[in-house]
Design a protein around this ligand. Sequence first.
Ligand code: HAX
Length: 436
Amino acid sequence: MSLKDTLYQKIEAWRPRTKKLLKDYGDVKIDDVTIEQTVGGARDIKALVTDISYLDPQEGIRFRDLTIPEVMAKLPKVPGSEMPYVEGHFYLLLTGEIPTLSEVQEVQAEWRKRGGLPLYVVETLRALPRDAHPMTMFTAGILALQRESQFARRYAEGMNKNDYWDPTYEDAMNLMAKLPAIAAYVYRMKYQADIHIAADASLDMGGNFARMMGVDKPYDDVSRMYFILHSDHESGNVSAHTGHLVASSLSDVYYAYAAAMCGLAGPLHGLANQEVLKWIQNVMKKMSGKLPTKAELEAFLWETLNAGQVVPGYGHAVLRKTDPRYTAQMEFCKKHLPDYPLFQLVNMIYEVAPGVLTKQGKAKNPWPNVDAQSGVIQWYYGVTEYDFYTVLFGIGRALGVLSNIIWDRGLGYSIERPKSVTTAMLEKWAIEAPKP
Ligand code: HAX
């Protein structure tokens, strides 16, 4: 059965579960909310539903109930490669099932068919000044594609609610197929003398991306790993939540994903991967290229904290241990670039930074997140233009955000509209609350 038919069966089977929860148990309480949560970024409030991934503070991410090592072991691998097909991971996120090789190949064929960039998208990218940030270019390319939206067209014609998922799926597949080409175009236009490399129809997504970037093996595997690791982190992070929120007004996935990318471009979220490399390069510059000692590194970390800045790549709103996405990349580095000085420096930061952050006593989680490790791998394979790194994150994140939006439309989730209150209301409730 095709991916679309499999998905439709699953959506149909799931709909009664959501309907029953709402109809029979809608008034069951699942959470209390404190003033700290309301003022402090809605932290931990259980206000979103997703079955695609779950983030446990101690264990880290599970995709469809599988840990990262389980996903890597179970998904079909590209022949001659260490890493699985990204296409297979998308199938898993969307359906909850490990695909067979032929199911993976079906996704690959679909993306190949849909992957070309219309000329007007290329012209949109070219119209931007060359010193525009790559995330601005990437987002502009996504937004320009909105004119292709089948959802917007069918909605304008008049569409039954039960059918929303169908053109959303089509839009998501088209967008997913084109993202690597938009990203590679931005990269080659901005940093590689504006010389472009065409896709090769025989390659999978990771292989094709490496080819269009112009980076040799094993960058194809680096890309596969990178896209899979960054794909989803449940629904509350800024990019996923933004995608869900914007799509909840029935904006199509082009609008929603462009908005998600505007959120990913923030330094407390996806831009942290470029900030990490910037921070490391700054240390190396101050050390005139030689590796710092642990004591010197500690002094650099305090310098950052005392300047009222954050240590990029450390801390997390949900996690309370080392991010398993950091660990997966560390294992890759241990295998492929164990003696690389930048990797050694990253390891040294891992030894020193948690102690410094703990001593400072502010961060609830002193451990590294995904962004602390990812740039080093890119740098090693020659992608040293670190302001491009968040674009790489943006390609991967689409796998999860788009899967979620398809399911949101399949299950008929409502327009999002949390309630705000005034400061005076909070003060009144604070005084009236029974003393503990
Ligand atoms: N360096 C310095 N201070 C930090 C810190 C860090 N790495 N992490 C947290 N803190 C500070 C916060 O700024 C906050 O300070 P104030 O009380 O002065 O506001 C305090 O510690 C408590 O914060 P928290 O509850 O531990 O963390 P939050 O949930 O508020 O924020 C962040 C989570 C990820 C934004 C935060 O840890 C941070 O800024 N980290 C550095 C940037 C970064 O690596 N971001 C990427 C996160 C992963 C991700 O989304 N990738 O895309």
